[in-house]
Design a protein around this ligand. Sequence first.
Ligand code: NOJ
Length: 535
Amino acid sequence: MTRSTPGRPWWRGGVCYQVYVRSFADSNGDGTGDLPGVTARLPHLASLGVDAVWLTPFYPSPMVDGGYDIVDHRDVDPLFGSLADLDALVAEAHRLGLRVVCDLVPNHTSDRHPWFRAALAAPPSSAARRRYVFHPVDKDHPDRPPNDWRSAFGGSAWRRVPSPDGGPDEWYLHLFSPEQPDLNWDDPQVPAEYADIVRWWLDRGVDGLRIDMAHALFKHPDLVDAGAGQHTEFRRNHLMPFFDQAPLHTLYRQWRAMVDAMPGERALIGEVCLFDADRQARYVRPDELHQAFTFELLECDWSAPALRDTIGRTLEAYRRVGALPAWVLNSHDAVRTLTRYGGGERGLRRARAAALLMLALPGAAYVYQGEELGLPQVDLPDEALRDPLWERSGRTLRGRDGSRVPIPWTVDDGTYGFSPDGADPPWLPQPDGWGALSVQRQTADPESTLALYRSAIRLRRALSDGAADELTWWDTGSDVLAFRRGDGFGCAVNVGDRAAPLTGVDRVLLASAPVPPACRSLLLPPDAAVWFVPA
Ligand code: NOJ
């Protein structure tokens, strides 16, 4: 049975584990992870102590963008199993006390979606075309797209298509690959369809939906130019005419009312990618989304002033609307922390310290599969790359496959427990020696990163029950970032490259690296974090 604390829904302070289904566990030996594979491995998540699991898209899809190009929003791709497999997964998760969140992709569909096929078969200005963002070709400049919008995967965000009746060509918008046409949220059929999809999944028993590109959907009505920095300078996202448009808030208010009327603690979780803390917080006002991913930590440098400023500003913006952040350090779209922080031993030390920092902060936290194993980004050979970014950037950007490599469960060779014996090779190759980082190996080692995550998530639950959502900074005047949760436990992180003294410590509760015993003060090693009882 899933846990429920009166007045404190799971989505306010819980830990959610992100499963990238393709790369988690392969039950049938075809080299791709699937839903029965996830079900079989749920005990790993239960032993980690997380509250919820988010499954990335498993819907019928040509898999141009890893399943974020959906053909049918109410079914399961045979590659991943069946609806019955999903039901079994949800039932088993609930039995283990885990909630299940599925992905909802409302900004675009696959170009094979029946709606888009109908649009291409219909003439300009037809009702079928109005469900997407079509635009007439300028007769004087037939090769000039309607504006300067860029696709996140490279090139113009517009593709020209012929009219089936021999009439003039039209452009259609795709903020991602051309195989992912953007929907027109100003057409009433689109919100009506998605309201139905949301209800359909929640009625089926899932506990929440993670809304892909939740800050997109509506586009500026005049399709004005976006200028420089599109999809690269994320801090300017809120200024882009294809993001953060006012009607989103009306939409999310409608969805919130619908979802809150359902029994249980259901949640709408927005992939809101705005780095203006106040603009971001607007999405989690009390009558809008339950959570919005807070990517601030993921984008922040390993520096005490930068981290203090980022965390402080974010908490304050959320506090003003009565919400808490949902912190993220890793995802299937980002370079893994260990590599981001410099790789090797130092990268690992920092990744472990960052985990204790994130898990000590007020709010919810997301853990991406393999993060609890301290996996590095994998450097894959060119021929293995599958991310559309690789080809569409003219092979200049390697893309996100390096954080999507199937994870190691066992020490043995072969697929390290990802697939059964005799299976096809995994869809992305696993590096040699991957088994040294496996769940099996790390379970046997009390100093492992897995052991650290297990301890931290369990302790966090016990500590958070008593600690307030307020955070008070301690002025250490050094490279040590330190704070206290209400009048509860403290957390200190040394982001400098020298050991630093920390005073006012009664007892260390958990440390990311060996620390000498504390007697009111302790010497915190570089790139290390501790949780402690203040003196
Ligand atoms: C965000 C998803 O996390 C990413 O993987 C995907 O490529 C884009 N949205 C487009 O759906």
